[in-house]
Design a protein around this ligand. Structure first.
Ligand code: NAP
Length: 545
């Protein structure tokens, strides 16, 4: 129950974030009989899909799999219209879920957490909000998303531009009209690659500033047929189970052959299939070793580079768009609609920042080492302080006054990507060292929410007031995560997966690459083994073991 003790409110659980993680966490806890409140800094639900409203924003997991599986009626009553849902449709779905389960009455909008402090004597979190309130909660769940703390480029004069600037990660809700404008776009990750074709259709001229070319393939987006939707609805249980047992959270046929043991024709035919289906996972899992063996990966990389060369007419632009500095998949590959074709337009120019680096943003535009560009608007598609940004930018203070920021200064340390030694009753949904961004987020979110529900129910049923990951269990998991990463090509890239897009951030492969099926099994075994790796405190014991 929510109570007030005169010093502020008290609830069982505070959840931060009303995206898909926070919404399901709230619903699930209510079903289990806990009183929970969600604090959300925006004025609506949807998380990523609330903030990222740039033109062309679209999910790159197929709609039929990018949805909640926890309620069969919800599955049956909702119908997706496109193969890859556009942002507005996903946001409508999030709002539908909020209405359907009456979630809003326990969500406090336009409320952020400034600071959270564990009170060890009382075994509660004291959570200080941007509204000046302190809420006490036995449990504190961060459902704040892996890609929610946006970042600007570290360039001299970044705030000096006189005209409007937009970051793709917090796009104006009313949209932006670029008609007749000269626009500079900085960044060519998924957000840049999705938005550039649409901005180019509207603007008078677009200059794209590219530091690292990315691998992208056509999404092949289209309307879903009624037959496809109803066949999925009839088979949802089996499909959901297959997703849970899979590697990336989407059912896929597993490869049996190495890319290096087949003929070039056979290899390219397989890549062509992934390319024409617009299926990223199918391309990365076309062979057993695409993400583990450099020579195998090179064959996929060259296949995509040849596609780029065949689409882009100007040979120098085509070559500039070809990635050579990282293996395919080690930076998040993109799905696009007409990205490479956009560089054949007369009103679009690519600037290769590897040749002519950005030097400054000025009141009237952008300077590189060789040129000065004048713009009417600038778009920053420069990404996020991924995985940790939203967590360490809240002042979270655990046992003995350690902050999460200090604890992670040399790299993230978690047990299962869910809990942190020194931070009792604190949970990170899809946190670092869980499959998170290496998966269909919906699958990983649901698993973590249900696991937290299992933990909280266990504590309640056994009269325990607190749970904490042991140091040994955390050390083991950090090592396990690192070993899993080291067996792949991911550490070869300077990617946000590795933290390398943020100057000074420790270089560690943050997400867990073991696969969602394996990870789920590991978690289930830990629970079955009497919550191996956790200590619990009796309701009356003053300190953690
Ligand atoms: P991102 O992938 O991190 O891309 C940021 C871009 O900005 C990169 O091209 C980066 O270059 C460039 N950049 C950053 N700082 C710069 C600087 N100082 N100077 C020049 N260039 C700079 O960010 P994002 O595109 O927003 O995507 C982030 C993630 O969100 C994606 O990987 C994906 O997981 C998710 N996302 C998914 C979808 C989808 O579902 N379809 C859509 C959008 C985003 P470098 O590469 O050289 O650092």
């Amino acid at each position: 129950m929510t109570q007030s003790n005169g010093e502020g409110r008290s609830v069982d659980v505070v959840i931060v974030g009303a995206g898909f993680g926070g919404m399901y966490m709230l619903h699930h806890l209510r079903q289990l009989g806990f009183a929970a409140k969600v604090l959300e800094r925006g004025d609506g639900v949807g998380g990523t899909w609330y903030w990222n409203r740039y033109p062309g924003a679209r999910c790159d997991v197929e709609s039929l799999f990018y949805s909640y599986s926890f309620d069969e009626q919800l599955e049956q009553e909702w119908s997706w219209s496109e193969k890859y849902s556009p942002q507005p449709e996903i946001l409508t779905y999030a709002n539908h879920v909020a209405d359907r389960f009456d979630l809003r009455r326990d969500i406090e909008f336009e409320t952020a957490v400034d600071r959270a402090v564990w009170d060890d004597a009382a075994a509660v979190w004291r959570i200080h909000t941007s509204k000046g309130e302190t809420i006490s909660a036995q449990h504190y769940v961060m459902a704040s998303g892996c890609l929610s703390h946006s970042k600007l480029p570290e360039i001299k004069g970044v705030h000096s531009f006189r005209g409007p600037t937009y970051h793709t990660g917090h796009w104006p809700h009313e949209g932006v009209d670029f008609t007749g404008l000269r626009v500079g776009v900085i960044g060519t990750g998924s957000s840049g690659i999705q938005s550039i074709p649409l901005i180019a259709q509207q603007a008078a001229h677009v200059t794209v500033f590219q530091r690292t070319p990315n691998f992208s393939m056509p999404a092949g987006n289209r309307l879903l047929t009624e037959a496809e939707v109803s066949s999925m609805k009839a088979d949802y249980r089996a499909q959901r189970q297959a997703a849970k047992e899979s590697g990336f959270g989407v059912p896929v046929e597993l490869p049996t052959k190495s890319a290096l043991e087949v003929t070039e024709e056979e290899r390219n035919a397989k890549y062509e299939q992934g390319w024409s289906e617009g299926n990223l996972v199918a391309l990365l899992l076309a062979f057993t070793d695409v993400i583990t063996d450099k020579a195998a990966n090179d064959t996929a990389a060259e296949f995509i580079r040849n596609k780029i060369r065949s689409i882009v007419k100007d040979p120098q632009t085509a070559e500039d768009l070809c990635p050579f500095d990282h293996p395919v998949g080690t930076k998040r590959p993109c799905l696009d609609t007409g990205y490479y074709e956009t560089f054949n337009r007369q009103n679009v120019r690519l600037v290769n920042l590897r040749r002519t680096p950005l030097t400054e943003i000025t009141p009237s535009g952008v300077c590189t080492s060789e040129e000065t560009f004048e713009f009417d608007a600038i778009v920053f598609a420069t990404g996020f302080d991924a995985m940790t940004g939203a967590l360490v930018n809240v002042d979270i203070e655990g046992r003995d006054g350690i902050t999460l920021k200090d604890k992670w200064k040399d790299g993230t340390r978690t047990y299962l990507g869910l809990m942190v030694h020194g931070f009792p009753n604190f949970y990170t949904i899809t946190g670092p060292a869980s499959p998170s961004v290496f998966s269909n987020m919906m699958v990983s979110i649901e698993q973590h929410v249900e696991l937290i529900g299992t933990i909280l129910s266990h504590l309640r049923n056994n009269h325990k007031s607190a749970i904490e990951a042991t140091k040994e269990a955390e050390d083991f998991w950090v090592e396990h995560n690192n070993e899993a990463g080291a067996a792949t090509l991911y550490p070869l890239a300077n990617s946000w997966y590795m933290g390398s897009n943020v100057p000074g951030k420790p270089r560690v492969l943050m997400p867990y690459i073991g696969g969602v099926g394996v990870y789920r099994q590991e978690c289930d075994e830990i629970v079955a083994d009497n919550f191996r790796g956790f200590t619990m405190r009796d309701a009356r014991t003053p300190a953690m073991a």
